[in-house]
Design a binder for this molecule. Sequence first.
Ligand SMILES: Nc1ncnc2c1ncn2[C@@H]1O[C@H](COP(=O)(O)OP(=O)(O)O)[C@@H](O)[C@H]1O
Ligand SMILES: [Mg+2]
Length: 374
Amino acid sequence: MKIRLDQLTMKFDETTAVNNLSTTINDGELVSLLGPSGCGKSTTLMLLSGLYKPTSGQIYFGNQDVTKWDAEKRGIGMVFQNYALYPHLSVLKNIMFPLKMQKVPKKEAMERAKEMADLVQIGHLLDRKPGQLSGGQQQRVAIARALVKKPNVLLLDEPLSNLDARLRLEMREEIRRIQQEVGITAVFVTHDQEEALSISDRVMLMKDGIIQQDSMPQWMYKHPENEFVASFLGNPPINLLTIVKKANGYQIGNSDQLLNVPAFTLPKEDNLDVIHIGVRPEDFFVTTNGNQTFTGKIIHIETIGRDTLIRMEIGDTTIRALVDPQHDLQVGDTCRLGVSDTNIHYFNVESGQRLHPVERSMENARETNMEEHA
Ligand SMILES: Nc1ncnc2c1ncn2[C@@H]1O[C@H](COP(=O)(O)OP(=O)(O)O)[C@@H](O)[C@H]1O
Ligand SMILES: [Mg+2]
C-alpha cells in the first residue's frame, strides 16, 4: 500500500510534536523514522495508525484520503517495544486473537495463525505461554500477531529496544526478511542510527518534529544535508572543525595549516569567511604527502575491532581518525592524515546547512568562459 503524508501537523497544547511533515512511502518499502527521543517519531506512527487524528494535514492510503478513518478501518498491524502479549494465552491463541475479534471461523483462524507462526519461526512454540519465551521469541509472536490480519501497513515502534545487543542484530535481520517475504509496506521507528541505516530502504531523520533529511541510507550517510544529520549518523561521530579564510586558503582552527576549499554554488551574500567542515573518522588515512592534509600530535590511541582509533591535536582542534593498525603509531608521535576532496563536507556556520561545491567540470567551464571574455 502506497502512503502519502501531506503537510501533517500534530500539536499537543504548546508542543508541536509533528511539524508540517510531507513524504511518500512506496508500496512494499520499509522506511525508518529516526531521531532522538522526543522528536515526534511515535506521534507520527500514531497518526499513521489512526489512533491520533492530526491537527492539520492529510494522510492517503493509495488514492484514499484516510485522515478521518479510525484505526480498524485502515488495516494496520502494530508492534511495540514491550511486546504487549496476553500473558495468560498460549502463543497460538495470542496470534489468533485479532482474527477472533474479526469473527473469523476458528478453523481458518488456526490455520492462518500457524502459517504466520511458521513465517516468524516459532511454529514449535505454539503451546507455550509468553512468560516461557525469550525476548526475541516474544517479539516474533508480536510480529505474527500483527501480520495475521493481513494488514495494509506494518508499524513498528522501537521493537528491538528491549533486546540485548546480539539479539537486536538477529531480530533486525529477521524483521527485514519477514517484511520482504510478506512484501508489506512498513514504517520502523528507532533512535538507533545503525539500526535505521541497516534495515531500511529509506530513512527519515527527524528533529523537533521536522524532517531533517529523507533519503536512502547510504546517501544520507555520505551526503548529510546539515550538521545535525552529519553528527547524528556515524560512530565514532563525524569530526566537525572550524576553518577560517586567509589569503592563501582556509586555516584549520588556530593552527598554521591551510586547506584548499572549492568554490560553492550559493548566493554571493553568504558569508564564507568562516566555514564548518565535517570529516568522518574512517575517511582519514595516514599519509606522507597530498594537498588536503591535517598534521598533528597523537594524544590517544585505542583499538576498536579491526581499526585503530587515534585522537590527534591540531592547534586548538582535536580530531578522531580510524586508521589501519599496520601503521606503528604511538602517543606523542606527529602524524599526517589525508582525506580525499569528496569526503570533506562543508557547512554554513550559521544555518548548519550543507554547502554544495561547484563541480570541477562546471568550475573549469566557468574559468574557460571567463578567460574567453577577458
Ligand atoms: N499525548 C501527548 N500529550 C502531550 N504531549 C505529547 C503527547 N505525546 C507526545 N507528546 C510530546 O510530543 C513530542 C514528541 O513525542 P514522541 O512522538 O513520543 O517522540 P519520540 O517517539 O520521537 O520519542 C514530545 O515533546 C512529547 O513530550
Ligand atoms: Mg517514541
